[in-house]
Design a protein around this ligand. Structure first.
Ligand SMILES: [Zn+2]
Length: 316
């Protein structure tokens, strides 16, 4: 089958950092380059997430995760996607794109964004669940919004052509990002609060704001975000997709599996190898056209519109 799946979030690099191994040789886990290729994954976004209790320090963690990514590139197992032109060159070898989940590695100097841009990062979520120098995450009690520095970071991301990812960001910060972003912004791995009332899920107003920006929301496969039980199946993914489509319209619903960041998965979606099965289930319910928008088309459209051009003049 033609490679056309795009998954906008996995935590594989973070897991490799702690457990050892490489993207193309790992004894366990939910994602590796072999299964990505077999499943027909065209593009995987690899998040660099440094745990709050990091031993190495957040900057070292991020650099080591970027190194794992670039080792897989050098070994020929993934093709780096840095520029808009790279999208049309994707073939059987899965593409990889780097994101940052939680701005801690960026410290407090806005110039760090361009440093990480050069390493290949094109997507940044300002926070994980806690707070930092940039903003508060969803688990902060009486969470505030973006700090003045956080606002500066968003402005610089706009200038560079990096996507702002609002998954994990507390609601006040979400609305500030919505106001500050000149183009589309995304929630790489978040579901609907109307279907499953969890703090990590988005309200209908938030979903509408992302769609209005031209952005995309990636459906998260974590059972706790899909249902109020710990048990979920692909049918629950369909319930979230249906609600998102009804609120946001076509072209704004994608996939952000969260594989390797979730200890439990839907019973019929254990790892990246199950994504073709998910595509089948979505096709049976929505028809092929909408199913493939969700499996990759929506994020592909977004990247075609928003990734910087290799020879562009976007970076002013
Ligand atoms: Zn996450």
């Amino acid at each position: 089958m033609a490679a056309s799946i795009i998954d906008f979030h996995c935590d594989t690099l973070s897991l490799l950092l702690r457990q050892g191994g490489t993207l193309f040789r790992r004894p366990q886990g939910q994602v590796d380059t072999k299964r990505m290729r077999q499943a027909g994954v065209a593009l995987q976004v690899f998040a660099m997430f440094s745990h709050p209790n990091s031993v190495n320090g957040h900057l070292a963690d991020a650099l080591l995760m970027a190194e794992l990514f670039w080792q897989a590139v050098d070994a020929g197992y993934i093709v780096p996607v840095l520029w808009r032109e790279d999208l049309s060159a994707l073939n059987q070898t899965p593409g990889g794109l780097l994101s940052i989940e939680g701005g801690e590695p960026l410290g407090t100097d806005v110039r760090m964004l361009e440093a990480f841009y050069r390493i290949g990062v094109r997507v940044v979520g300002l926070t994980w669940n806690g707070g930092n120098a940039l903003a508060d995450g969803v688990e902060v009690h009486a969470a505030g919004g973006l700090t003045p520095l956080g606002k500066e970071f968003v402005a610089e991301m706009n200038r560079l052509g990096m996507l702002v990812d609002v998954s994990h960001l507390a609601e006040l910060g979400f609305w500030q990002v919505a106001e500050l972003c000149r183009g589309p912004f995304i929630a790489s791995h978040s579901n609907c609060r109307a279907v499953c009332p969890h703090a990590r899920n988005l309200s209908d107003d938030q979903l509408r704001a992302i769609a209005a920006s031209g952005g995309v929301v990636g459906i998260n496969l974590y059972p706790r975000f899909l249902t109020q039980n710990v048990v979920a199946t692909s049918a629950d993914v369909i319930r979230h997709a249906e609600h998102m489509l009804s609120v946001m319209g076509r072209g704004h619903v994608g996939l952000g599996s969260d594989f390797d960041g979730i200890g439990i998965t839907p019973s019929d979606l254990p790892d990246v190898g199950a994504l073709p099965y998910l595509a089948e289930q979505l096709t049976r319910y929505f028809g092929a056209e909408i199913a493939w928008e969700i499996m990759g088309g929506a994020f592909m459209r977004l990247l075609q519109e928003s990734l910087p051009l290799r020879h562009g003049s976007k970076r002013g």
